[in-house]
Design a protein around this ligand. Structure first.
Ligand SMILES: [Zn+2]
Length: 126
């Protein structure tokens, strides 16, 4: 057991077993985390959470893929698909009026260019 764990014991929010490892860890495993969220969230909240999880994952995929190319370069659609991008989940669409809609997940988005996508970072006002 690590010294930091001994000095500052943290326990699983569900089963109260001792936690080791990452400081922000709240549960000992996925099982406890899932049960906790099912107990504490209403059915509606859980659906919102699931969609939010998908959106966050989509954004993460866009960030990863953006790093693969330089400005203005495109990537094949499959680059997103293979990483598990779920196209039907997006936060908003920008630039539709200009004829080049950017399908956004928070501050990241993609523009369709033929069979490929250009991944862009969206400027969000402070
Ligand atoms: Zn637990």
């Amino acid at each position: 057991m690590r010294l930091s764990t001994l000095m500052n014991p943290r326990t699983c929010l569900l089963c109260h077993s001792l936690l080791e490892g990452r400081r922000d860890k709240k549960f000992c495993d996925d099982y406890c985390r899932n049960i906790h969220y099912h107990q504490n969230l209403g059915a509606g909240d859980l659906k919102v959470k699931r969609i939010h999880d998908v959106l966050r994952k989509n954004r993460k995929i866009l960030v990863e893929c953006r790093k693969l190319v330089v400005d203005g370069q495109t990537l094949p659609f499959e680059s997103l698909e293979q990483r598990g991008y779920q196209f039907k989940y997006l936060t908003h669409i920008e630039g539709a009026r200009e004829g080049h809609p950017t399908y956004c997940c928070f501050d990241m988005g993609y523009i369709i260019r033929g069979q490929s996508v250009e991944i862009v970072q969206i400027k969000i006002p402070d």
